[in-house]
Design a protein. Structure first.
Length: 279
C-alpha cells in the first residue's frame, strides 16, 4: 500500500510509529511525548499523521497533530523579513519563515495540561487563519505528532553553504545571504523546538528528483479537484518553488538516517520498501 498523497497510510508504517509512541510513553515522564514526523513534500507525512492520530485514539490516548506548516509567520511578517534580509523569504517554507516561538508555546501549554489552541495556516491566501478558527488539543494531551518537511533537521556546516546547489541559489542568492540566514535559524530557535522531539520518524524519498515529481503530482491533483480556472502552479513554477527546499532536503536525506528512531524508505511510487527501527 502506498503512502500516496490523498491515499491511505501503510499499516506497517502506522504500526512502526505506534511502537515508537508506546516506547516514548513508557520511557518519558513528561506529557505529551512528542513524535516528530519528517518527510519531503509529497511523501505522505500528513496522511501518516492522520492515521497515527486515529490509532492513538483507538487506544484511548489523548493526542493532537501540529504541522510545522501551520506555524508559518504571517504574510506581513514574511514580507518584512524579505525587505530586511532577502527577497526569497517572501516564499514560505525554509527555516526562518516559521514562528518557532508559537510552536514552543503550544508545547509548553500542553505540558501544563491545558487544552491548547492549535495554530492553522491557510495556504490558499498564504496567511495564518484567525485564532477563532484554530482547533484545540485535548487537555492532558499524552501524544503530540509534530510533522513537517524539515522537522528534526540539523543545521549544515557553514562551509557547505558556499557552493550553490541549484540555479535558484546561484542566480537569486549569489552571496549566500538567504541560505546562511535560514541555516542560522535552524541552528537557533528551530534546534530548541526540535529538541522537544522524543522520537523521530523519517519518510525517506529515494532522491530529490523524485520529490519534484511528487510535488507536481500534488498540484495536478489540486487542479483536478478545483476544476477549470483554478489558480495552480505550472511545471516550471513548481520546479522553481521546490528549488527553495532542495538544499535542506538533500541534507536531511544524507544526514538524518543515522539518528532517526524509525526510517521508512520509500520508492518512487511512495511505497515503503524498507522500515527500520534504529533505537
Amino acid at each position: 500500500m502506498s503512502m500516496a498523497h490523498g491515499g491511505s497510510a501503510d499499516p506497517r508504517v502506522v504500526d512502526g510509529v505506534m511502537t515508537q509512541v508506546r516506547q516514548a510513553l513508557a520511557e518519558k515522564a513528561h506529557r505529551p511525548v512528542v513524535i516528530g514526523l519528517c518527510g519531503s513534500q509529497g511523501s505522505g507525512k500528513t496522511t501518516l499523521a492522520a492515521a497515527v492520530l486515529e490509532a492513538c485514539r483507538a487506544q484511548d490516548l489523548r493526542c493532537a497533530v501540529l504541522s510545522i506548516d501551520d506555524i508559518y509567520l504571517t504574510r506581513a511578517e514574511r514580507e518584512d523579513l524579505a525587505d530586511r534580509v532577502h527577497p526569497l523569504f517572501a516564499t514560505r517554507g525554509v527555516p526562518g519563515t516559521h514562528d518557532v516561538a508559537l510552536g514552543l508555546a503550544v508545547i509548553a501549554a500542553l505540558e501544563r495540561g491545558e487544552a491548547s489552541p492549535l495554530p492553522r495556516f491557510d495556504k490558499s491566501c498564504d496567511d495564518r487563519e484567525p485564532t477563532e478558527n484554530w482547533p484545540a488539543a485535548p487537555a492532558d494531551c499524552e501524544v503530540l505528532l509534530l510533522e513537517g518537511w524539515c522537522v528534526g533537521a540539523s543545521a549544515q556546516p557553514p562551509v557547505t553553504l558556499v557552493r550553490p546547489v541549484n540555479a535558484l541559489e546561484s542566480e537569486e542568492d549569489p552571496d549566500a545571504i538567504w541560505r546562511s540566514f535560514a541555516n542560522a535559524a535552524l541552528a537557533g530557535g528551530y534546534a530548541e523546538l526540535f529538541a522537544r522531539i522524543d522520537r523521530l520518524v523519517l519518510l525517506a524519498a529515494p532522491d530529490f528528483a523524485v520529490v519534484r515529481g511528487w510535488r507536481l503530482q500534488q498540484e495536478e491533483e489540486l487542479a483536478a479537484r478545483l476544476g477549470a480556472g483554478a489558480q495552480v502552479m505550472s511545471a516550471p513554477e513548481i520546479a522553481r518553488f521546490v528549488s527553495h527546499y532542495e538544499r535542506l532536503t538533500r541534507h536531511i536525506l544524507a544526514e538524518m538516517p543515522d539518528r532517526a528512531n524509525l526510517i521508512v524508505r520509500l520508492d518512487a511510487a511512495r511505497r515503503p520498501i524498507e522500515i527500520t527501527a534504529l533505537r
